[in-house]
Design a protein around this ligand. Structure first.
Ligand code: PLP
Length: 430
């Protein structure tokens, strides 16, 4: 169906699906099938030769996943998307789609720990160099760029520091040098659209807010269709050179009749085909259910987070509140420039009593869950110094923004009175 609306509330319910062609079903059916009957040998040959687009095998495409992909691409303002098995798979695919052994990419130091490990260790072992730079000065990205730099990578709203990334500034440097910016927008769906600020690609761990229900692990990559891969032919050999695994196809040429989808098409037909980190149709269905209410949920998340941050600021045992809406100076300017309709739902705070107080606070929580996740409809808490960051030295913990008494909250959509009441009683014991 055609969908002219640009409003996420509408797109989340309507983009990519009107009804099932076979049954008229309004809900998106779960196409729990591995394979698809070809109409003829010619049809099969055309599909494999990409002369015709259509379903071949669920590892590389599936009609349920397709609706999820179309919906996410529409909401984000991109041209196409690819759903994969996890956020980690999405990040890995973003880098492997552009980098080969001997290449490098420049990444912000403010990253989710799993992404840090992937970049610093696993990709390094594969011969791909991640150049970590401090995002407080966007020019650091320019300084770290050379002729083998294939992309820039960053998170919109990275925790624990919660300093919003300078998307436009770094995207502009990249466009000047011919380097695309890939944004992990996991913590800021709806409130930030990185493609509007010059990013070329957006990725999500859909495990978090997109699902919201905390039932499924998933990832998704959206191609902005706004980056000229051909203009700097030598920088992108994976897209501009002949691909020996597909009869010498040159992806930027092969997609010409289909639109500016070289990046995402290669990711699907090469990486997903070969590595196989596919999202199951059942999980795509569950993410579609979550997505339907995402704009509404984000409003409730944002509103509750502001009230929690204000409450914590006035509490005697809290020495510091980390929240974009409470920042000053350049971090605040960036938060206001890139987040619209709220400051997200992550709130950090430091307890006067350090590590022991952090532990006591977490143990005293009654409603709020103690889990290593964010973006659930329920409120979640964790004490990073004794869990997620416990393997780091005290010095490295501080460098990443984790002090002994730091507690991270992912504010849910319960009634605010109940969230504040649980925080209040747990703080009394901290
Ligand atoms: N990116 C961010 C910002 C995350 O918080 C996470 C997970 O916590 C990931 C990526 C990885 O996602 P997944 O757990 O779905 O693999």
């Amino acid at each position: 169906m055609t969908m002219d609306s640009k409003n996420p509330e509408t797109l989340a319910l309507h983009a990519g699906h009107r009804m099932d062609a076979a049954s008229g079903a309004v809900a998106v059916p779960i196409y729990q099938t591995t394979s698809y009957q070809f109409q003829s040998t010619e049809h099969a040959a055309n599909l494999f030769g990409l002369k015709e687009l259509g379903n071949i095998y669920t590892r590389i495409m599936n009609p349920t996943n397709d609706v999820f992909e179309q919906r996410m691409a529409a909401i984000e303002g991109g041209v196409a998307a690819l759903a994969v098995g996890s956020g980690q798979a999405a990040t890995t695919f973003c880098i492997l789609n552009l980098c080969r052994a001997g290449d490098n990419f420049v990444t912000s130091t403010d990253l989710y720990g799993g992404t840090w490990n992937l970049f610093a260790n696993t990709l390094k072992d594969m011969g791909i160099e991640a150049r970590f730079v401090d995002p407080s000065d966007p020019e650091n990205f320019r300084r770290a760029t050379d002729e083998r730099t294939r992309c820039y990578y960053a998170e919109t709203l990275p925790n624990p520091k919660l300093n919003v990334f300078p998307i436009r500034e770094v995207a502009d440097i990249g466009r000047e040098l011919g380097v695309p910016l890939i944004m992990d927008n996991t913590a800021a769906p709806i409130i930030c659209k990185p493609l509007d600020h010059g990013a070329a690609v957006v990725m999500y761990s859909t495990t978090k807010y997109i699902g919201g229900h905390g039932t499924s692990i998933g990832g998704l990559v959206i191609d902005g269709g706004n980056f000229d891969w051909e203009a700097q032919g030598d920088r992108f050999p994976t897209l501009n050179g002949p691909d020996p695994s597909y009869h010498g196809a040159v992806w930027t040429q092969a997609v010409k009749p289909l639109g500016p989808i070289a990046f995402i098409l290669r990711m699907r037909v090469i990486l997903l085909r070969d590595v196989g980190a596919a999202m199951s149709p059942m999980n795509a269905f569950l993410f579609i259910q979550g997505l339907e209410t995402l704009p509404l949920r984000m409003r409730a998340h944002n509103e509750n987070a502001v009230m929690v941050a204000d409450f914590l600021k006035g509490h005697a045992k809290v020495t510091k509140v980390i929240f974009p809406g409470h920042q000053d100076g350049e971090p605040r300017r960036r938060a206001d420039a890139y987040l619209k309709g709220g400051y997200g739902a992550l709130v950090g705070f430091e307890l006067e009593g350090g590590k022991e107080a952090g532990r006591a606070f977490i143990d005293a929580l009654q409603m709020i869950y103690h889990v290593a996740n964010i973006g659930d409809a329920r409120t979640l808490a964790i004490h990073p110094a004794t869990t997620t960051h416990s393997q780091l030295s005290a010095e490295d913990q501080l460098a990443t923004g984790v002090s002994d008494g730091y507690v991270r909250l992912s504010i849910g959509i319960e009634h605010i009175d109940d969230i504040l009441s649980d925080l209040d009683q747990a703080l009394a014991k901290a």
